[in-house]
Design a protein around this ligand. Structure first.
Ligand code: ADP
Length: 641
């Protein structure tokens, strides 16, 4: 009971602690994972990439104001130098009277006589237009090519007229299917995008840039014409790149133009929502526009980003988080989902962290699948479980070991008690009979000398019995202490049988026992301690005699089997039940423990037999039936070659 309590109590306590630990594990794992994700997330966040996203190339629109607060980009339409008074007559001839030849002459005259380049270029462009209308496209084309080479780009007016000349030239060449069409098309693209191409490092809106730009509206129109013409041509990889670029520029110009109307001056930058130079702020929450401003060379530049463009760039960025077993979403300062998959349900983010100093209020949300930390928690719980199982197993093993030791101690005590009980019981009988006989002799109450001799012989027999018993106790004691020494030698089995038969012969004769000893001829020798083997056979023969009725028939037979030697002792005695047979080799076991039993002995004979045979690697088998008799067969293994 005590032992069970000593094992069970700590085991129950341990199990309780374990369940508590497993319960807390989910929480602990969650916290650990959060720290880990935060660290990993911080490592992934890349301010350089964010800077790139917020660069001019990724912007959807641009506004530039000069030091006086005047808008310098998008470039406003130039005051068209239409020179109404100079061209009044020519326009009347061309458009009202439809007299194209006279109009042509008039335009040529103006071209020759005008001193201003802006007037001359307009007259030359009109000349080309009249030639085209007069069905002389080739002449018109030549005139336009000549015009483009003749005038420089020194004023915005000249650049506007040259852009229009390019467009007319393209129209004519397209109609006449001129071979030079594609060359002129790309020349037109290069001309109209000067300074605003992403590859140009010019500062948009600055005087240097303004020196070679044209009004944004005309620029946008020219680019859309470029796109129309490009579509009519066979696909070409270099042009498809330019087409993509042109589309982007058109969007950029139109968004810039739209924003320019809303923000005529940089005053909106004093708004509270706009924090610092370089950081992103919400420009227009309804239109989902963000802004970022810089000052450079006394100019104020505002880059405009749409929600879509931010989504486009940040979606690529979100992929960096894919290495975690998580879903990543980026929310803008207004809490609008900007990048990452749209959420299926109201799922709580596992961790939330700021995206970048450049995007104030923008956050990265990482969502971890439940499975992820279920797995982590399960792993940790498994570690606890196994540790617990190990400790419980240790408790049980220690408990088992202690129980075994205690059991052994108990058995030893029982053995000791049994021994004392048996010894006193067995010694008492011969001693008391001897005392009675000695008392009778001392009394002198015997009639004749023969009676005296008979008494003395009886005392002698009791004495022998006592000696035998003490011998067996001593042998048993030696065996128990492992002190019995055997002298192994090569012996003839028949000799052993003969010696044993000799030892019991007198006793058997006295008991009127029919005893036969037979041995097969040519038996192999065995390796054994001869005296010990004789003791084995004597004990078996003794038992055969003891446990037989009045008509005793005992046979000792020696024969060879499976290369080994067998000694069988058969009797026609009382026999044994199966249950008794299972225990006869136990120390102190006696089938009949009643005080009335006739047979002498103390339940050690067969234990001694078993001990001796074990040391000889020999075996013993008993076959018996109650009332029919028993056969004990000893098998000694052959000598190993
Ligand atoms: P014991 O001193 O009682 O003879 P043993 O160890 O020699 O002790 O035998 C143990 C028990 O086995 C005996 O008490 C007896 O009941 C049973 N036994 C042994 N040999 C025989 C036999 N030949 N016939 C019947 N019972 C036997």
């Amino acid at each position: 009971m005590l032992l069970a309590t000593a094992v069970i109590l700590p085991t129950v306590c341990l199990l309780w602690f374990m369940t508590q630990a497993v319960k807390n594990e989910r929480l602990a794992v969650r916290q650990r994972l959060q720290t880990w994700y935060r660290e990993q997330g911080r490592a992934v966040i890349d301010d350089d990439y964010i800077q790139l996203v917020l660069s001019r190339d990724a912007a959807s629109g641009t506004l530039v104001f000069d030091s006086t607060g005047k808008q310098t980009f998008p470039v406003a339409a130039a005051d068209d130098v239409s020179n109404e008074s100079v061209f009044r007559k020519a326009f009347a001839l061309e458009f009202e009277e439809q007299d194209l030849s006279s109009a042509l002459d008039e335009y040529q005259r103006i071209s020759r006589s005008a001193s201003e380049a802006a007037v001359r270029i307009q007259a030359d462009l009109s000349t080309a237009r009249c030639l085209a209308r007069l069905d002389q496209p080739d002449k018109a084309i030549n005139r336009l090519i000549q015009l483009l080479a003749e005038y420089d780009d020194s004023s915005i007016a000249l650049r506007c007229w040259k852009t229009r000349a390019h467009l007319l030239l393209l129209e004519l060449m397209h109609e006449t299917q001129d071979d030079r069409f594609e060359t002129i098309l790309s020349a037109t693209y290069d001309y109209v995008t000067q300074g605003i191409r992403p590859a140009d490092n010019g500062y948009i809106g600055e005087p240097d840039f303004l020196e070679h730009t044209i009004p944004s509206e005309l620029q946008g129109y020219a680019l859309s014409r470029y796109l129309d013409y490009s579509e009519s041509l066979a696909p070409d990889p270099t042009r498809s790149k330019t087409v993509k670029e042109a589309k982007k520029l058109i969007d950029w110009l139109s968004l810039s133009a739209a924003a320019a109307e809303d923000y005529m001056t940089p005053d909106f930058l004093n708004d509270e929502g706009v924090k610092g130079s370089g950081t992103l702020f919400t420009l227009d929450a309804d239109k989902q526009l963000y802004g970022r401003y810089h000052r450079f060379r006394e100019h104020t530049k505002v880059l405009i980003f749409t929600q879509e463009s931010m989504s486009y760039w940040l979606n690529a960025y979100v992929d960096k988080f894919q290495k975690f077993p998580s879903v990543c979403r980026i929310y803008d300062a207004q809490g609008r989902l900007t990048a990452g998959p749209s959420p299926d349900q109201d799922q709580e983010p596992f961790i939330t962290m700021p995206l970048s100093g450049w995007l104030p209020g923008w956050t990265v949300h990482l969502y971890v699948h439940d499975v992820t930390f279920d797995n982590a928690a399960r792993k940790q719980a498994a570690v606890y479980l196994w540790t617990g199982v190990l400790v419980v197993a240790l408790f049980l093993a220690c408990g088992g070991l202690t129980a075994r030791m205690i059991g052994r101690q108990i058995r030893m005590n029982r053995l000791k008690n049994d021994f004392i009980a048996t010894v006193t019981h067995e010694l008492k009988t011969p001693l008391s009979s001897m005392r009675v006989l000695v008392d009778t002799l001392l009394d002198g109450s015997y009639t004749d000398q023969s009676r005296c001799r008979e008494y003395l012989e009886m005392i002698g027999r009791e004495n022998c019995r006592l000696s035998r018993m003490i011998d067996s106790f001593l042998t048993f004691s030696r065996m128990e202490r492992g002190k019995q020494v055997f002298e192994m030698e090569k012996v003839d089995p028949a000799e052993i049988a003969a010696a044993a038969a000799e030892a019991v012969r007198a006793k058997f004769q006295e008991k009127k026992c029919k005893f036969s000893v037979t041995a097969d001829t040519g038996l192999s020798s065995i390796i054994a301690d001869k005296d010990a083997m004789v003791t084995v056979l004597v004990n078996l023969l003794d038992n055969a005699c003891k446990y037989s009725g009045d008509d005793k028939q005992i046979a000792l037979h020696v024969f060879e089997q499976n290369g080994g030697i067998c000694f069988s002792v058969a009797d026609n005695g009382i026999g044994m039940t199966r249950r008794q047979m299972r225990r006869i080799f136990d120390k102190f076991y006696q089938a009949d423990t009643s005080l009335a039993r006739r047979a002498e002995g103390c339940g050690l004979g067969l234990s001694i037999v078993k001990y001796i045979l074990d040391t000889h690697n020999a075996t013993i088998a008993a076959d018996s039936k109650p009332g029919k008799g028993s056969v004990f067969t000893v098998h000694v293994p052959p000598i190993e070659p």
